[in-house]
Design a protein around this ligand. Structure first.
Ligand SMILES: NC(=O)c1ccc[n+]([C@@H]2O[C@H](COP(=O)([O-])OP(=O)(O)OC[C@H]3O[C@@H](n4cnc5c(N)ncnc54)[C@H](O)[C@@H]3O)[C@@H](O)[C@H]2O)c1
Length: 321
């Protein structure tokens, strides 16, 4: 198949492109390289059946041209990260909403299947666990920027469902905390690379808040498997939770990483307002219900946190500088 991946030079995108090429597809990557890196796409396997177009999903003419040549578009291009969300709300809102609207409009025009990368953030601080795809979204007030990423992604999802009603084949995948090689440790403060980098340097590992908040960390291979399985026509018109359903607290994660690295880093607690500014709210726990993904996509995460962290740590050891 001919496939376009927006955001294909990023963390998840570059692993996805790799998997699609391995499966024999012809892939065009569209990326503005704001956080993505060309170096992720320079292995020998990218020489054949792959083109990298440097450009933005806000360029409608470029999108239309790319859609002319493809059967499926995976739309991952986005600005993300909690730190980014609280510091650059306008960019988060505009880039997420404008880009997705363009992708959907052009895909509809050309009848190209869309797989949209959404997030577990959209469930907000709902504490009825595990989250089913039909669970309520519970968000804080609009005066708190922390919620704008979740709101923008949720509006994107509404657009997806509205286009699905008009006949567009579209599937939403909601990722739960992906981690693995190539995730940025500096750009927007994702927790796994931040902890690994500190541990490797024997610097303090900073846990924000009390560290009792829990998350389900998903190794990148499992994130990509779920994303690829969403190409199936039976997935059209639906949203799917994609991730691990084994939670760990952030404090325990810090200990596990320090131990796995063999680090002497102390683990220190940093109040939320010091990390993200006043008024920051966090959700105490997040966990997916995977029943729908299992029954329709045949999806099940396969990599344990211990194995995934070992593979991730090995990559950071090689790439820290
Ligand atoms: N990493 C996670 O745990 C996670 C969790 C939930 C959802 N997601 C979603 O998955 C997708 C990929 O995230 P990631 O972790 O790989 O982040 P990333 O920053 O590594 O990848 C995003 C990519 O999009 C590109 N990009 C940004 N704006 C663009 C634009 N206007 N036009 C073209 N390219 C643009 C960036 O250069 C980058 O390569 C995003 O949509 C994100 O919201 C990620």
């Amino acid at each position: 198949m001919k496939i376009v991946v927006t955001g294909g030079a990023g963390f998840i995108g570059s692993h996805l492109v790799e998997r699609l090429l391995q499966a024999g597809h012809q892939v065009g990557t569209l990326d503005n390289l704001s956080t993505g890196r060309i170096v992720f796409l320079t292995n020998d396997q990218y020489k054949h059946n792959h083109t990298l177009v440097q450009g933005s999903v806000t360029d409608r003419a470029l999108l239309e041209k790319l859609m002319d040549q493809c059967d499926v578009v995976f739309h991952l291009a986005a600005m993300l990260g909690v730190k980014n969300t609280v510091e650059n709300p306008l960019q988060i809102i505009e880039s997420n909403i404008d880009g997705t609207r363009n992708v959907l409009e052009m895909a509809y025009k050309k009848h190209v299947k869309v797989i949209f990368s959404s997030t577990s953030e959209i469930y907000g601080k709902n504490q009825t666990l595990p989250f089913q795809e039909s669970s309520d979204r519970v968000l804080g007030p609009t005066s708190i920027h922390r919620w704008c990423y979740a709101t923008a992604k949720a509006l994107d999802e509404h657009l997806c469902f509205a286009y699905a009603d008009k006949g567009l084949p579209v599937t939403i995948v909601r990722y739960f905390n992906a981690y693995g090689p190539r995730q940025s440790s500096s750009q927007y403060g994702q927790v796994v690379p931040r902890f690994i980098t500190a541990a490797l340097k024997n610097e303090p590992i900073e846990v924000y808040g009390e560290g009792t908040q829990s998350r389900c960390f998903t190794f990148i291979d499992d994130t990509v498997s779920g994303t690829v399985s969403a190409m199936e026509p039976k997935a059209n018109g639906l949203a799917f939770n994609i991730g691990s359903d084994t939670p760990i607290t952030i404090y325990d994660l810090a200990h596990l990483i320090a131990r796995s690295v063999g680090s002497s880093s102390p683990i220190v607690k940093v109040p939320y307002d010091k990390a993200y500014g006043p008024g920051y709210e966090d959700m105490p726990a997040r966990m997916p219900d995977l029943s729908r993904s299992k029954s329709i996509l045949g999806y099940a995460p396969t990599v344990s946190l211990q194995d995934g962290l070992q593979r991730t740590i090995a990559w950071y050891r090689d790439h820290l500088n």
